[in-house]
Each structure stands twice: as C-alpha cells, then as structure tokens.
Design a protein around this ligand. Structure first.
Ligand code: GSH
Length: 218
C-alpha cells in the first residue's frame, strides 16, 4: 500500500519547502517510494480526526499498511530509512552514527534556529527584541561554528549521504533567508549539495505545486 502523508493545504512559507512534510517527501523520494498526500487546513489539523493521528494537531503524519501511523518528522524519516535501502549504511556502527546525526540535527541544531525564528515572528515589534536578537543569532552561530568544524572539507557528515544529512540539510535550510549560513561557506555548500540532489528537487517541486494550486484558487 502506498503510504499517505499529511501536509499544509496552503503552506505559510509560500512553497519555500520549509514545512516539515518536505523532510518526509525528500526521504520517500530518495528511496523511490511513491506516496499519497492528504492536504489539511489549519482548522482540520486541530480537529479530532487529525488529532487521533497527531496529538499536537500538526503536520506531517505518515500512515502505511497494517495500520501504522506516525507523527514527528524525525521518527518518520528514520522509519522510512529503516524500511528501505539508501538512507542508512549497512555497517552497524556507521548506521548508528547516521541515526546519531538525525538526533543531532533535531535536538541540538534545530532548537536555537527555531527559537530565533519564533522570536522574529512573535517578538519583533517588542521593545526588547533589538537587544534579544543578537543573543539569539549568537546561539545559532555557536552551533553552526561547531558543525562547520566537524564537517570541515567533507562532502557529507559521515561518509556517504544518509538520513542524518537529509535532516541536517533540512534544519540548516531554515536559515536560508537569515544570512547566517553564508558565514560558514562549507555549511552553505553542504546545504546546496543537498538541494542539488534529484530526490530533493522532486520533493521540492511537489510541495511547491501544492502551494501554487492553493494560491491560484485564492
Ligand atoms: N517536531 C515536529 C514539529 C511539527 C511542526 O512544527 N509542524 C508544523 C509545520 S512545519 C505545524 O504543523 N505547524 C502548525 C501548528 O503547529 O499549528 C516534527 O518535526 O514533525
């Protein structure tokens, strides 16, 4: 059975591929697994039918044969990578390290990026924002500097491209319009390498098509 994922009916990022269904789409494209998409409005995301799948009323979710339903982009990408060849190395240690990088992306690199983003959305008109913003930038820079040092001149984080890179590239892409990523040329090039992958391009085009159709409808 073709798995079904959920995504925004009209993504607030206007098709820039920042919504987290993009992580799942990219993983499915990398392993060559076709998928269906159920589009949801913000109202539908908070209704009981969707909350039965996602306790926090968010996207993405993932459903597959046998009744398995998952939420959390990290858990979904990991599941896809475990079910199909192509996103995790065969060697047990290398596989564990790739999983390690998924967690690093989500639990160590993403939080300061999201904190910075959230402050911009909800606090930028507040009197304290001008003082707070440089501190948030510094927290992001700390992680970028450390990650940049580890990546050094390598193509990917640990050998061949893996689900760990997929997640890290997706997390770093959140900084695309911030100018911060450009301060670390190897990370900037790393994200560009991820975005150049044909599977990324297919996933990006698919989510953009959803936004374009929604915009045309008005
Ligand atoms: N930790 C979750 C975060 C999910 C999340 O924040 N989803 C956003 C879209 S990218 C969402 O549904 N936002 C709407 C809302 O929270 O009401 C994951 O990685 O899947």
């Amino acid at each position: 059975m073709t798995p079904t994922i959920t995504a925004f009916e009209a993504s607030p990022d206007r098709g820039k591929g920042q919504a987290r269904d993009m992580r799942v789409r990219w993983a499915l494209e990398e392993v060559g697994q076709p998928y269906d998409v159920r589009l949801l409005s913000f109202r539908q995301m908070k209704e009981p039918a969707h909350r039965a799948l996602h306790p926090f009323g968010q996207i993405p979710t993932y459903e597959e044969k046998g009744g398995l339903a998952l939420f959390e982009s990290g858990a979904i990408v990991l599941h896809i990578a475990q079910q199909h060849a192509g996103l995790l190395p065969r060697d047990a240690h290398a596989r564990a390290r790739a999983v390690n990088w998924i967690f690093a992306a989500l639990s160590t690199v993403e939080p300061p990026i999201v904190e910075r983003e959230t402050a911009w959305f909800v606090e930028r008109d507040k009197p304290w924002y001008a003082e707070h913003a440089p501190m948030l930038d510094e927290r992001v820079r700390k992680r970028l500097g450390e990650l940049s040092a580890r990546l050094a001149g390598h193509e990917w984080l640990d050998g061949a491209f893996s689900a760990g890179d997929l997640m890290m590239v997706m997390v770093l892409r959140r900084l695309s319009s911030s100018g911060l990523l450009q301060e670390y040329p190897n990370l900037h090039a790393y994200v560009a390498r991820g975005e150049d992958r044909p599977a990324f391009q297919r996933a990006f085009a698919a989510q953009l098509a959803v936004f374009t159709a929604a915009a045309a409808k008005g």
